[in-house]
Design a protein around this ligand. Sequence first.
Ligand SMILES: NC(=O)c1ccc[n+]([C@@H]2O[C@H](COP(=O)([O-])OP(=O)(O)OC[C@H]3O[C@@H](n4cnc5c(N)ncnc54)[C@H](OP(=O)(O)O)[C@@H]3O)[C@@H](O)[C@H]2O)c1
Length: 249
Amino acid sequence: MSASVVLITGALTGIGRATALAFARDRAHIVVSGRNEAAGQALVDELSALGAEAAFQRADVTREAEVEALVAFTLSRFGRLDVAVNNAGTEGRPAPLADDSEANYRATFDTNVLGTLLCLKHELKAMTQQASGSIINLSSIVGQVGMAGAGVYTASKHAVEGLTKSAALEVAPLGIRVNAVAPGPILTPMLNRFTGGSEEAKAGLFGMIPAQRGGSPDEIAETILFLASTKSPYLTGQIIAVDGAYTAQ
Ligand SMILES: NC(=O)c1ccc[n+]([C@@H]2O[C@H](COP(=O)([O-])OP(=O)(O)OC[C@H]3O[C@@H](n4cnc5c(N)ncnc54)[C@H](OP(=O)(O)O)[C@@H]3O)[C@@H](O)[C@H]2O)c1
């Protein structure tokens, strides 16, 4: 079988980067996207060294023209789009709701919800032409439960899950699959920002997880690869929690 063509947003750090490296080890053809040209080119070099064909395309997921151009670039470079990982996201400025702001709402929802919507829109257009494809969105444990002090981020991830299920229903008859992965706390730059970089705050967060630890970006990447693969052909419209049993409580 020929190599899969994979598009990853927010691919230059954290979970997105680990996912790009995992697909590269599978010899996929990969378009990595983000907002930093130099980091993008450096990642392309790393992916190429692993034997993948890779390219970088700059895109801010809140801008429809850039998302449309990103999908068009993928199609012109590799001829099709088999897998899309809508990973770009922001925690915004987590705060108690009584202290929250319109600006935080707009910035968080623009990236996490509008960004996911715009990616789905243009990816699904491409995949509908092919009548095949697998899309994986990034939710969170707070896509399913509430979190004091992070209400806006929590609401944005609930919305990502609504988009995921609705998209899956729209395209299931075409053989296109749409799922989301919902990670617990994962050791990435976002977690560092979320905890202010404090080891004590991280330990406190991990102590709330039944597995008594945080997850690694590689553990999320492996789940994404499974959802992207031919090993999960009947799995669609689902939110897969990878959270050390947090949401089993
Ligand atoms: N780490 C966790 O504990 C955790 C848990 C649950 C869910 N998640 C989700 O997992 C995903 C990846 O997060 P991460 O933990 O790997 O954090 P991260 O390292 O901060 O990755 C987020 C990536 O998204 C990019 N991004 C942000 N806004 C963007 C925009 N408007 N357009 C394009 N790219 C944009 C960032 O690029 P810049 O550097 O340019 O900002 C960054 O590369 C996110 O959706 C996050 O909500 C993370």
